[in-house]
Design a binder for this molecule. Structure first.
Ligand SMILES: Nc1ncnc2c1ncn2[C@@H]1O[C@H](COP(=O)(O)OP(=O)(O)OP(=O)(O)O)[C@@H](O)[C@H]1O
Ligand SMILES: [Mg+2]
Length: 228
């Protein structure tokens, strides 16, 4: 379970997060919706301690990342698979090496096992047989799927998705959403998705929040506001 308590962050006069609080229960995918520039990426980074906050904390199974030691932060982050906005794949590495990176960096897994794990991860995201390709030859949607596979490499307890379907065509959006929903059932079941895409939010979210002017509200209470 992840508890976000009163998280506040400002950049000079710009208040991005204003006492943001919500919970991600086990087996639940929470969506935070918000227009561009509203603070969605800042929220994810703040939750992982990648960005210092002015106030508040994010607790992972009761442990506050804001007051954790470097070692504890490392252990918490190992439990989180992060699908970055824009994928952050390395262009100089093929798909297999991109997915293998967390395994080579953080484990002593023998290379044969790494290759098997990469094949398995590619299978999970519907990209079997694409291990040898380089990112520049992949479509935007395929890159997202590879980024999801890489986020899964260390078998994380939580998945954080930053804009997983933005700028994808409807068919590829469906595919990514399908993979996210399959993962909910079969693998990492908890996490957070930040997006400005309402259809994606509805398709994957167990709970949906809206982030607006620094404040977060549960969608059910502000449905009218969304469509105004
Ligand atoms: N390091 C920083 N220094 C100053 N301002 C920042 C910094 N990072 C983010 N901001 C500002 O905080 C606000 C929220 O940024 P953020 O990237 O979280 O938006 P977002 O909701 O993820 O937008 P998008 O949908 O375009 O990805 C923006 O106004 C941005 O300019
Ligand atoms: Mg963003």
């Amino acid at each position: 379970m992840i508890e976000v308590k009163n998280l506040s962050k400002r950049f000079g006069p710009l208040i991005v997060l204003d006492r943001v609080s919500f919970c991600i229960n086990d087996a639940s995918l929470v969506v935070v919706l918000g227009p561009s520039g509203t603070g969605k990426s800042v929220l994810l980074k703040a939750m992982l301690g990648l960005l210092p906050v002015d106030n508040g904390e994010a607790l992972f199974d009761g442990k506050s990342i804001q007051s954790a030691t470097d070692e504890e932060i490392y252990e918490i982050r190992k439990q989180v698979g992060f699908v970055f906005q824009g994928t952050a794949l390395f262009d100089s590495m093929n798909v297999a090496d991109n997915i293998a990176l967390p395994l080579t960096e953080h484990t002593a897994m023998p290379s044969k096992e790494i290759r098997e794990r990469v094949c398995c991860l590619l299978d999970i995201v519907g990209m079997a047989g694409r291990a040898h390709l380089y990112p520049q030859s992949l479509s935007g949607g395929m890159k997202r799927l590879v980024a999801v596979a890489r986020a899964l490499a260390l078998d994380p307890k939580y998945l954080f998705y930053d804009e997983p379907t933005t700028a994808l065509d409807p068919i590829m959006t469906d595919k990514v959403v399908g993979v996210m929903n399959n993962l909910k059932k079969s693998h990492t079941s908890s996490g957070i998705v930040v997006t400005h895409d309402l259809d994606t939010a509805k398709a994957v979210g167990d709970e949906i929040y809206m982030l607006k002017k620094g404040c977060i509200n549960k969608l059910a209470k502000i449905k009218k506001e969304l469509y105004d």
